[in-house]
Design a protein around this ligand. Structure first.
Ligand SMILES: Cc1cc2nc3c(=O)[nH]c(=O)nc-3n(C[C@H](O)[C@H](O)[C@H](O)COP(=O)(O)OP(=O)(O)OC[C@H]3O[C@@H](n4cnc5c(N)ncnc54)[C@H](O)[C@@H]3O)c2cc1C
Length: 360
């Protein structure tokens, strides 16, 4: 069996890695370089506190994989397990915070509702007036996305996967029971093609005549100069979408969850910088006056019903592995890739039935 994977983000590489562990012949095509997509541009917040109940088992399994994969692929993912805090800054969202905690408890995950004053005990200088309620989960924290991508790529290569960069898939033709994939004037033959092209997945689906219509979301983020570490957990305000944490080097990294856009757009805006600076300094006033060193944007996609799109399509052998969704791709991709590899190998896998591309 030969599998071609379009896109070398965390989803494509996880799928390729688990396929290759079973001895399957895999080639991954990346239109630019490793880290070009959202997997190289995100803030690395990972936790079981994912916003959709259907995804909690995948977030939990991914956290487990983030523990075991580094030794398997011989690469440190620089995972800082300092917990995850969700904030609500209005009463309506406070109810979501309470509900979120009770859902997590049903899964046996220890998490608790805490007051803004208790957040201040965890993060000195947190402004308790900036939130009405919060929840805290000790599991999870911040993973550095670059080593995740590099490490998975290394594991893939060790298992014999060919990863071709600067290799944009331009055309996919159905050729009897196989596919011919056109890249840089060369042709490759595969039994399966996996579309893990993230925000570009609609374009790749169109190559085989599928109108997929995943939402495309643009998200902006920035880092400041380094200061002494004191923000340990990842903090995410579900009302404003603002999130912030501190990197191992002491930079304050943060952003605001993305907005749906009509086309790929990775431009940085002053509007974001101003909105973020106002929001984050209200949340943690001590950050006032810090210099912003770098600002960037990324794009990712989300299934139309808010769930990932992972599984077989009406075109035999063409497989979707996209639509991971708002602010959670890093949280769920390793486990989704593992389950998708099983589906391709065995022809069925009920664990990912709810993400079936043919549900639309
Ligand atoms: C600013 C920002 C912050 C985020 N923060 C978090 C967070 O804290 N926690 C979290 O869990 N998630 C977060 N996310 C979301 C997360 O980054 C994404 O969900 C995840 O990286 C998506 O992975 P992917 O493999 O599906 O897509 P990508 O990483 O985008 O990979 C798709 C790849 O396909 C390639 N490609 C496209 N078309 C072609 C083609 N025709 N031929 C060959 N290659 C092609 C692209 O170049 C790209 O590299 C954030 C995202 C952004 C942008």
């Amino acid at each position: 069996m030969k599998v071609g994977v379009v896109g070398a983000g965390v989803m494509g590489l996880s799928t390729a890695y688990f396929l290759s562990k079973s001895g399957i012949d895999v080639t991954v095509f990346e239109q630019k370089y490793l880290l070009y997509g959202a997997s190289g541009r995100n803030s690395g917040g990972v936790s079981p506190m994912v916003d959709r109940e259907e995804l909690i088992p995948f977030a939990l399994e991914s956290l487990r994989l983030y523990d075991t994969l580094p030794s398997e692929v011989n690469f440190n993912f620089l995972f800082r397990k300092n917990g995850y805090i969700k904030l609500a800054s209005d009463e309506g969202d406070a109810e979501k915070i309470r509900e979120g905690v009770s859902v997590l408890r049903r899964f046996g995950i220890s998490s608790k509702v805490i007051s803004p004053e208790e957040v201040k005990e965890i993060i000195p200088d947190f402004n308790p007036d900036s939130a009405v309620l919060a929840s805290y989960c000790r599991e999870g924290g911040v993973i550095f996305p670059w080593p995740v991508v590099w490490g998975l790529a290394r594991g893939c290569r060790e298992n014999g996967v060919e990863i071709r960069t600067e290799a944009r898939v331009e055309k996919i033709e159905r050729n009897g029971s196989r596919f011919t994939v056109h890249v840089n004037g060369e042709k490759y033959e595969f039994d399966f093609v996996v579309n893990s092209a993230g925000a570009w997945s609609n374009e790749v689906s169109r190559m085989v005549g599928i109108e997929q219509n995943n939402m495309i979301i643009k998200e902006e983020v920035c880092v400041t100069e380094s200061i002494k570490p004191y923000i340990n957990p990842y903090i995410y305000d579900i009302t404003s979408g603002l999130y912030v944490t501190q990197t191992a080097r002491g930079e304050i990294i943060g952003g605001i969850t993305g907005k749906s856009v009509d086309r790929i757009d990775t431009s940085s805006t002053v509007e974001f910088a101003v909105r973020y600076a106002k929001g984050v300094t209200r949340m943690i006033p001590k950050l006032k006056g810090l210099a912003m060193l770098r600002q960037w944007a990324g794009v990712y996609d989300e299934g139309r019903d808010g769930l990932p799109v992972v599984g077989f399509t009406e075109i035999d052998g063409f497989v979707q592995a996209n639509g991971l969704g708002k602010h959670r791709g890093m949280m769920i991709a390793p486990a989704l890739g593992k389950e998708l590899a099983k589906l391709i190998e065995r022809g069925e896998n009920s664990a990912i039935k709810k993400f079936d591309p043919q549900r639309f």
